[in-house]
Design a protein around this ligand. Structure first.
Ligand SMILES: Nc1ncnc2c1ncn2[C@@H]1O[C@H](COP(=O)(O)OP(=O)(O)OP(=O)(O)O)[C@@H](O)[C@H]1O
Ligand SMILES: [Mg+2]
Length: 362
């Protein structure tokens, strides 16, 4: 399964991101990806690469904030033998390693001014020199960059070049924080649970309704990474077949206070989604049994599932008229959106892989 298939989400906010990824993948221009920590910037960069014509080439990430300043230039642009003490042989940098593919500059805001100049030149002319090198080199690499600091502020403080900012940021994707992605939190929690339980020896069916409330109420400052870690931890801690608030260890944090009122509409959505998630979990996505319990027709149920991006949790084996399927527009996984909005008809792989109810015995 490619990286793109790992991007989960059905909220309007993340669907807008998926749209941008799809459009921007087809160009050769740099893309600036912004967003709080853990929102999926690197995953988005990989998704762009995998959708691009360069997908068979390398995807080369380099974290500009994690490498000591003195080493970064050499890491990025390489050096010639004898360029500095310790440079005993010639070394190619990440830029050359990305030839035919994509260079992903993570934490680009941490680049020092001298390197910003060198990067700008590469973006404008496609040329650079290794440290200590006389030869001007040319490499065919697309640049994607990410930052979780506000580059405009850095420009105001003269820490980041405005011309580089405009060069990098012609195409821009901002990843919304998890707290602004509505029901995606629950959706992702289900996917992560399935993944985490698959590596453990536990049989875990889903979340208790209280646990779902807790997942919704938390503000997730560490975003998707925090959620993923929390779920993995909960699987380790769980003693029953459902994850409880205790397992999540988030209880008491930011639960809605009695005087905060949902709008009727929001409350309606929340309850409906909660019931749907519970029904999927209980009946392992069997549409007929879910419809019976929820006392709606199968087509109404399917329409509801689609409205919440939950239809991917219903095994493909469940018979539905192809008309209904063709109308499917949004889906929980990016890959399905890419197939022209049409759900895979025969393949059970995606659906089974997404099955929220986890039953892992060995
Ligand atoms: N839409 C998503 N669906 C599934 N998993 C996701 C999604 N977005 C992010 N993740 C997962 O969350 C974790 C953090 O994502 P990623 O490293 O891309 O975030 P980031 O924005 O680069 O974080 P940082 O700012 O800390 O570098 C990864 O494990 C990634 O696989
Ligand atoms: Mg990152």
């Amino acid at each position: 399964m490619g990286t793109i298939d790992e991007m989960v989400g059905a909220s309007p906010a993340i669907c807008a991101v998926f749209d941008l990824v799809r459009k921007m993948a087809n160009t050769e221009m740099p893309v600036l990806i912004t967003g709080e920590t853990g929102t999926g910037k690197e995953l988005t960069a990989q998704a762009i690469h995998e959708r691009s014509l360069r997908k068979l080439g390398p995807f080369v990430p380099i974290n500009c904030g994690a490498i000591p300043e003195t080493l970064l230039e050499s890491e990025l642009f390489g050096h010639e033998r004898g360029a500095f003490t310790g440079a005993v042989q010639q070394k190619k940098g990440k830029l050359e390693a990305a030839a035919g593919g994509t260079l992903f500059l993570d934490e680009v805001g941490d680049l020092l001014p001298a390197l910003q100049v060198k990067l700008l030149r590469f973006l404008q002319e496609g040329t650079f020199e290794r440290i200590g090198g006389q030869e001007t080199l040319r490499v065919d690499a697309r640049v994607l960059a990410a930052t979780n600091v506000d580059l405009k502020t850095a420009i105001d403080k003269n820490l980041f070049r405005e011309d580089l900012y405009y060069r990098l940021g012609v195409l821009h994707i901002h990843l919304p924080p998890l707290r602004d992605r509505g029901e995606d939190t629950v959706l992702m929690a289900m996917v992560f649970l399935k993944q985490a339980a698959a590596t453990s020896r536990k049989t875990i069916r889903g979340y208790t309704p209280q646990a779902v409330d807790v997942l919704r109420a938390h503000s997730w400052p560490g975003n998707v990474r925090e959620l993923s870690n929390r779920v993995r931890r909960a699987v380790v801690m769980a003693e029953g077949i459902e994850i409880t608030p205790h397992d999540l260890d988030l209880a008491g944090e930011e639960l809605p206070t009695a005087d905060s009122l949902d709008s009727l509409r929001a409350a309606h959505r929340r309850i409906e989604m909660e019931l749907l998630v519970k029904a999927i979990s209980l009946h392992q996505g069997n549409l007929t049994r879910m419809a019976r319990d929820l006392e709606v027709s199968r087509s109404t149920l399917y329409r509801k599932l689609r409205a919440y991006g939950l239809e991917k949790f219903v095994p493909a084996a469940t018979p539905l008229s192809s008309d209904t399927r063709l109308k499917s527009k949004k889906s929980a996984k990016f890959s399905a959106q890419e197939s022209g909005g049409e759900m895979p008809r025969e393949s059970t792989a995606v659906n089974l892989a997404m099955e929220p109810t986890v039953s892992q015995s060995v």
